[in-house]
Ligand binder design. Structure first.
Ligand code: GLA
Length: 390
């Protein structure tokens, strides 16, 4: 049994005096390539990771939702007939999911439970999408709503955009909902179709957390979105996804420098994602790594969402034996980098990069050699009812 599953089950028993009727797990993610492309209707290649939100619960006969968190002191408590806002952030995700599901016409029932998470907050590993999907999976199981990952991802994104007020794309919710063990997932963010992509044999994915967190990410993110929209408008399309590199090169001289660089990142990044899928399908770790490195350069110089700490981390990773490629991952400005490394050198790599990063910056990096896992799932169901997994 996973550590957090043991912890959450024991905590539930202490609090409620019985075993939980349902245990749910929803993972964070790391994006291998395809950054700032999702809101341009483009391609992304994330994988769900073995860091997740865990939830142990039982249904209630009334319409109350009561959730305690092992990570925060205050529980969140509300009535499904009166889902109001509350100032603390994590409870807002729970309320937002109740709101969005009811708005979509689903009948929900009350429940009580305990949650915990080992997805670091603000690190670019999608702790909030993991929380949304854990809550979505819970309401779906209790309300006998058939489990359709893409539908739940869209509802979760709506909760995040409209209830919590964060303007994210669809990548994080999609991968937390539909990840598959041992695979990355190519997601076409236009129609949400997906394709499983196995990691090249003999490689490991390593997350390198710079231990830096940046404020103002939301405003910089929204600014990038507007710049992409302006570029799309220039090319006469709704989204930059519809501009090919050839079209771009033909007209780039008509653009101002900033818009040109923003557009070049998105357009070239979409091509890199598809090239990375081809390389991975051919088992070509070297080419996959090269594309990851090119993605970083583009995010650093053209899209300008990297940071000094991320650049240091990526450079240290690239200089290490056994490293095929490395780049920043997630929205940027701080948080994590990701590296593709020869599996038999993963531990040495992790220790060496962490040590050099400490020497160079004085900061202690968190390094995770991670496994690709399934998306949001029911881990344990004790209710004597028929299978509700849909
Ligand atoms: C954040 C957003 C995603 C995506 C990435 C950048 O993680 O939530 O939708 O835009 O940034 O690729």
């Amino acid at each position: 049994m996973n550590n957090l599953q043991t912890t959450i089950t024991a905590a539930f028993e202490t609090k409620f005096g019985s075993k939980p009727e349902l245990v749910i797990r929803a993972p964070g993610r790391v994006n291998l390539i395809g950054e700032h492309t999702d809101y341009n209707d483009g391609f992304v290649l994330p994988m769900a990771i073995d860091r997740a939100v865990w939830l142990a619960l039982r249904p209630r006969p009334d319409r109350q939702v009561v959730v305690h968190s092992l990570n925060f002191e205050q529980p969140t408590v509300f009535d499904l007939d009166d889902v109001g806002h509350e100032p603390d952030r994590w409870g807002e995700y729970v309320r937002g999911m109740a709101w969005v599901l009811q708005e979509a016409g689903h009948t929900l029932c009350g429940w009580e439970g305990i949650l915990t998470s080992d997805v670091p907050v603000g690190a670019g590993l999608s702790s909030s999408a993991a929380l949304e999907l854990a809550i979505g999976r819970t309401f779906a199981a209790l309300g006998e709503i058939p489990w359709r990952p893409a539908e739940m991802a869209l509802l979760s994104q709506k909760a995040e955009n409209q209830w919590v007020g964060v303007n994210s794309g669809i990548m994080d919710q999609m991968i937390s909902a539909s990840g598959k063990a041992d695979h990355a997932l190519l997601i076409d963010c236009r129609d949400l179709s997906t394709q499983l992509v196995a990691l090249p044999a003999g490689t490991a994915v390593i997350i390198l957390d710079t231990a830096t967190r940046r404020g103002l990410v939301d405003s910089a993110y929204n600014e990038r979105r507007s710049q992409c929209e302006a570029a799309a408008e220039f090319f006469g399309v709704a989204h930059l996804r519809d501009v090919s590199l050839a079209d771009f090169i033909q007209r780039e001289h008509e653009l101002d420098d900033l818009t040109r660089r923003r557009a070049r990142h998105v357009i070239s990044e979409n091509e890199r994602v598809l090239a990375a899928v081809t390389a991975m399908n051919a088992g070509d770790a070297t080419e996959t790594g090269r594309l990851m490195e090119a993605s970083h350069t583009s995010l650093r110089d053209d899209f300008e969402v990297s940071s000094e700490a991320l650049n240091i981390m990526v450079n240290l990773a690239l200089a290490e034996p056994g490293c095929f490629g490395a780049r920043m991952t997630g929205a940027g400005f701080g948080g994590c980098a990701v590296a593709l490394v020869a599996a038999d050198q993963a531990t040495t790599f992790a220790n060496s990069v962490a040590q050099k990063y400490k020497t160079q910056t004085g900061r202690k990096a968190n390094v995770y050699i991670c496994r690709a896992t399934d998306g949001a799932e029911i881990i344990d169901e004790r209710r004597e009812t028929r299978d509700r997994r849909g």
